[in-house]
Design a protein around this ligand. Structure first.
Ligand code: PLP
Length: 387
């Protein structure tokens, strides 16, 4: 039997944009959430220092202790949680952490709850591992969030996991203390493990809505995996360093899985991540300031050109824009719209379908301020001409 493996739609749009760019065309890249930001010097300094010894052996598959210590120190302090270094594994990006959990614990036919709009990789991984995705639709009216009651309505005896992405790609939604507690209480009652994808925890802009980690509730530790990453919080996407936090006994199988698959993350990358984490507040502030500025610029430029006004998302680096906000008939297929925008206007976006919610386009505000501003102007011009 051949396993079904879907290409990532965010990556496909990104690829088309890259090809056009390589041909010398001006492309406005709103497709991939790949932070276009120079690495903070602390990252490169540590990598160079450690690499100057002249030897890069196999890494420990669970990650070097120094990095797991620096990571847990940072995450415990900033998220008010309490994980020990032996409750953490270094993974090949947050993405491999997501995969590894299901590869180790999902059986064919098991159900996994997804909350739409969801990160595009969730259903792809579930399909790859012969599980069944079951989608809970969130709505803008409820801030793109779901509750324990929604979970109860969708869960069956076969439901094993739920992916909870807080802070959210693509909506920027943030769950508060009570909402997380409600979800954790319900899932524990139903025997469902929460995979809490918190890779945007360091990119939260809302003053009165702090980020709340699922790790804040130690009584639920056995029922929760937390996925973290250096890709967004420290703008280190290409270094491929992520983290998995979880109950020590459950993590043991995942660490063994890493021994037999990736053999761990390259030491060069782990050293770079160590450089970032030893100066975590400084590096994260550098990244967060850049993305808050870019996201604000997208929203203010958009609002100055289009008649419908968008609110600033609470977190992450995306604007999830409904078609009518761009003056486009909601009956128009957003996949076709995204296709037209890249082909006719050199504007790369990702259609809402990729996240399970048609009628929207996602704009990643990861490129330079100049590119973002010019890109929104180009968007307005192309839409005015074609629609
Ligand atoms: N989770 C979410 C919600 C994401 O948006 C991404 C990347 O865009 C990831 C996980 C994976 O990130 P990485 O593998 O680069 O750490």
């Amino acid at each position: 039997m051949t396993r079904e493996i879907l290409p990532s739609s965010t990556m496909s749009a990104f690829q088309l944009a890259s090809e056009k760019k390589a041909r010398g065309e001006t492309v406005y890249n709103f497709a991939a959430g790949d932070p276009a930001l120079a690495n903070h010097p602390a990252i490169l300094e540590m990598t160079n220092k450690k690499a100057s010894v002249g030897k890069v052996p196999y890494p420990p598959a669970e990650g070097i202790l120094e990095l797991r210590e620096a990571f847990t120190n940072w995450i415990n302090r900033t998220c008010q949680i309490d994980y020990k270094p032996d409750e953490a594994a270094v993974t090949c990006g947050g993405k491999f952490a997501l995969y590894a959990i299901l590869a180790c614990y999902l059986n064919p036919g098991d159900e996994v709850l997804l909350i739409a709009p969801y990160y595009v990789t969730y259903p792809a991984i579930v399909t790859m591992l012969e599980g069944k995705s079951k989608v809970i639709m969130a709505t803008p009216e409820k801030g793109w969030k779901i509750s324990g009651k929604d979970i109860e309505r969708h869960a069956t005896t076969k439901t094993k996991f739920i992916f909870l992405n807080n802070a959210s790609n693509p909506t920027g939604a943030l769950y508060n203390y009570e909402e997380i507690l409600d979800i954790l209480t319900t899932t524990k009652k139903l025997g469902i493990t929460v995979i809490s994808d918190e890779v945007y925890s360091g990119l939260v802009y809302s003053q009165n809505e702090p980020f709340i980690s699922c790790g804040r509730f130690p009584e639920f530790k056995e029922n929760v995996f937390i996925v973290q990453s250096c890709s967004k919080n420290f703008a280190m996407s290409g270094w491929r360093v992520g983290f998995l936090l979880g109950d020590k006994s459950k993590l043991a199988r995942i660490k063994a899985f890493q021994q037999q698959t990736t053999s761990g993350v390259s030491l060069l990358s782990q050293w770079g991540a160590l450089g970032a984490l030893l100066k975590a507040d400084e590096v994260n502030l550098y990244v967060k300031t850049a993305f808050e500025t870019r996201l604000k610029l997208f929203i203010t430029t958009f609002n100055s050109l289009f008649s419908e006004k968008l609110d600033l998302p609470h977190s992450a680096l995306y604007a999830f824009v409904p078609l009518p906000a761009m003056g486009i008939n909601p009956a128009i297929n957003s996949m076709e719209l995204a296709d037209t925008l890249i082909k006719e206007g050199n504007i790369a976006t990702v259609p809402g379908e990729a996240f399970g919610v048609p009628g929207y386009l996602r704009f990643a505000c990861s490129e330079s301020e100049k590119e973002i501003e010019e890109g929104v102007r180009q968007l307005h011009k192309v839409i005015k001409k074609l629609y």
